[in-house]
Write a protein that binds this ligand. Structure first.
Ligand code: FPP
Length: 238
C-alpha cells in the first residue's frame, strides 16, 4: 500500500458528537483529545512521516469564553503528554499559527516543546493552533517584504521553495487531507501546502474516527491517481 508522507486532519465534529449523546460540548472535545492519543501513534506506526492537525482556527476564538478556555486548558495537558510520548519516539513537535492572542502559558509550552524536540528526526507532529491559511500567507508576505528591505532577498529570485521558508513551518506538501464531521470544505487549512493534496471527507464525527476509519482513508489514498497536472502514461489509454 502507498502510504502518504504528510497527512493533514481537519478535526471536526466533537461538539455534535457530544450533543448527540446529551453531553456537554466540552465532553466532546475531551473524547476527541483521547481519540487523538491513539490515532496519532497509529498514524506514525503506519509509516506516515508528517502529521498536521487543525485543532484550533483563528476563527475558533469566536466561540464562548467557556469553550475557548476549556480548549486551551485541554491543549496544555495534551501538549505536555504528547511531548513525553513523541519525544521518546524521536518525533519533532512543531506548532503553526499566530501567537496573538494565545495566553502566555500556552506560548511558553509551545516554545519549550519546540526547542526540546527540534533535533528529532523520525517524524513531525504539527499542531495548527490559532491557525489560518490566509493569516499564514499574509504573515509570510510581511516577512518577505522585510527581507527585501534589508537586502536579504531579491524579489525576482522568489520561487516556491524560497516562499515555503517564510511559512510558519517549512513542511513538505500535504499528500492526504482528511476532514471528519461531514462538512466538505477546507476552512482555511494549509491552502498553500494542500495545493495537490488528495482530499478525503467522512461523515464520521472526530471522536469516532478510529483506526478502522483511518484505514479507509489510507486505502482510498493508495488508489488515487496522482498526476500533479501531468499525465500518468502507464494508465493513459489513448
Ligand atoms: C472540532 O469540533 C474541534 C475543535 C474546534 C478543536 C478541538 C480539538 C480537539 C479538542 C481535539 C484534541 C486536540 C488537542 C490538541 C487537545 P467542533 O467543536 O467544531 O465540532 P462541531 O462542528 O460538531 O461543533
Amino acid at each position: 500500500m502507498i502510504v502518504p508522507n504528510h497527512v493533514g486532519i481537519i478535526v471536526d465534529g466533537n461538539g455534535r458528537w457530544a450533543t448527540q449523546k446529551g453531553k456537554k460540548r466540552s465532553e466532546g472535545h475531551l473524547a476527541g483529545s483521547k481519540n487523538l492519543d491513539s490515532l496519532c501513534q497509529y498514524i506514525f506506526d503506519k509509516g506516515v512521516k508528517i502529521l498536521s492537525l487543525y485543532v484550533f482556527s483563528t476563527e475558533n476564538f469566536k466561540r464562548s469564553d467557556e469553550e475557548v478556555n476549556y480548549l486551551m486548558d485541554l491543549f496544555i495537558k495534551k501538549f505536555k503528554n504528547d511531548f513525553k510520548i513523541f519525544n521518546k519516539k524521536d518525533i519533532k513537535i512543531v506548532f503553526s499559527g499566530r501567537r496573538e492572542p494565545l495566553r502566555q502559558e500556552i506560548l511558553d509550552i509551545i516554545d519549550d516543546i519546540t526547542y526540546k524536540t527540534k533535533d528529532n528526526k523520525s517524524g513531525i507532529l504539527n499542531f495548527c493552533l490559532n491557525y489560518g491559511s490566509h493569516a499564514e500567507i499574509i504573515d509570510a508576505v510581511k516577512k518577505i517584504n522585510k527581507d527585501i528591505i534589508n537586502n536579504k532577498l531579491v524579489i525576482d529570485e522568489l520561487n516556491d521553495d524560497i516562499f515555503k521558508n517564510y511559512l510558519y513551518n517549512n513542511l513538505p506538501d500535504v499528500d492526504l487531507l482528511i476532514r471528519t464531521g461531514g462538512e466538505v470544505r477546507l476552512s482555511n487549512f494549509m491552502l498553500w501546502q494542500c495545493a495537490y493534496a488528495e482530499l478525503y471527507f467522512t461523515d464520521i464525527l472526530f471522536p469516532d474516527f478510529n483506526e478502522a476509519e483511518l484505514e479507509k482513508a489510507l486505502d482510498s489514498y493508495s488508489k488515487r491517481d496522482r498526476r500533479y497536472g501531468g499525465i500518468n502514461y502507464e494508465k493513459k489509454s489513448n
